[in-house]
Design a protein around this ligand. Sequence first.
Ligand code: HEC
Ligand code: HEC
Length: 448
Amino acid sequence: MPRWTTVPPTVLLCLAVVCWTLASVSAHKEANAQNTQSWFKNRYTRGSLAATLAQRHQPEQSPNALPVPALAAPRDLLEGRRLFDRETFGGNGRTCLTCHGAQTGTVSPQDARLRFKINPDDPLFVHDGSDDDDGDGFGDGVHVTRMLTDATILMRIELDPKVTLKNDPTARFVTVRRGIPTTLNTPALDEVLMLDGRQPSLQSQALGAITDHAQATRSVQARELELIARFQQNAPRFFTSPGLDFFAHGGPAPRLPLGRTASEKRGRTFFEDVPPDFSVTPPNFKVGACASCHSGPLLNQTNQFLPLPLPPGTRFQSVLVSELNEGGNTPIDFVFHGQNVPGGIIELSSPDPGRALITGRADDSDPTSPASTFDNLNAFKISPLRGIRHTAPYFHDNSAKTLEDVVEHYRQFFAIVSDPDGPGPQPPLIQLTDQDKKDIVAFMKLLD
Ligand code: HEC
Ligand code: HEC
């Protein structure tokens, strides 16, 4: 069991394992969860929390704030489709379709195994889709175990100037293993691109993919990038429902499904934009628990009830996926310089620090600081959840193979972050039961 620590003063669901991460994941694997005495201090009361949340008002509901994508002429759509599905740019044989399948927008381990059976020379398995036995971060081009079991890609991420690798201080890149996020809904309905938000536009994203994944040998025209973007934003196959397609092109925002069965209706309560219910004893902290991060039309942004000093609409958070490392990826030792801590240096170990590699900030997750925001270190884009039943596996490292795995992860997450005294006598405020987990999964399967 990992260790975790103090609930910060201003927050309830504070992501309290961070001390443990800062102090190095690997060094503390054997830590005894019972040996916790002085690490925990309960600095808030339920009353003060109720008062804080009561001050948070419902913001004006804004309609789709994204620019409506330009409609593409049929000729352009056809050319965009050819570029996405078939153009290799003189590279290693890959196209966008190699990794972003037409049905699910991604590749699951089952897909990979089937494809390997049919054709072991499928370009999915070359380069960053092959194993990295030699540790050079590029893949050996021969072995495919990782792809067949986890369907992750070796991503080379450029380090922010404030970040170095402890064991290779001059390196400017690090390789991490990431699942392929679906291209369903995202191109037209999500301005934040990549799991760490590092690409500013669909065009720059496509250029990066053509250069890095497809190893292009010919130059890429701006017009081609434009056509790929338009195709992804306009072709019906990139939407999980006609309603979302309509929404992307100026129609009304989709609502939360009501649920038909009692289980689906109970599952829905976790996704409603409501504060904890203090009218009952003990207060019910489960209502709205998922919505605090999965809000808005795509269920991919925070609302006003996330008990962290962040405005509604925030797009990055840590839900302890890198911290708990259920994907079993090798932790990497990082040094963050110029941080807002005494001495300015934070050393940490993580299989993938996510957003922190891009912002150069690891100092947002010190549980003792009132400025704790948990949106840099080990933080990833809050995933949109529309059509989620089609796009397993889940999380940035594909560590959750099913929605049942996802809710089991969240049972652990809430048991950690909503526990006022850590593994002390007080129980966590949010303890997901087996019934809760079933209800949440039943509801998520309705999301289109
Ligand atoms: C080798 C597999 C592979 C190929 C080929 C590939 N991608 Fe991706 N794509 C990925 C991975 C992995 C990510 C996420 C990487 C990250 O966040 O670091 C991604 C991310 C994306 C995203 C952002 C998704 C999101 O949720 O933010 C878009 C859009 C996208 N790819 C489009 C394309 C296009 C267009 C092409 C062809 C030009 C392409 N991809 C080729 C694997 C691939
Ligand atoms: C503190 C913010 C936060 C809360 C609370 C939260 N999530 Fe998430 N959710 C995220 C982030 C961030 C990710 C991406 C994490 C990663 O990949 O490391 C995510 C990912 C997911 C995914 C995987 C999506 C994919 O495509 O891989 C599912 C499903 C999900 N959340 C469901 C839920 C449910 C159900 C709840 C409530 C039980 C919940 N979330 C509560 C922030 C949150």
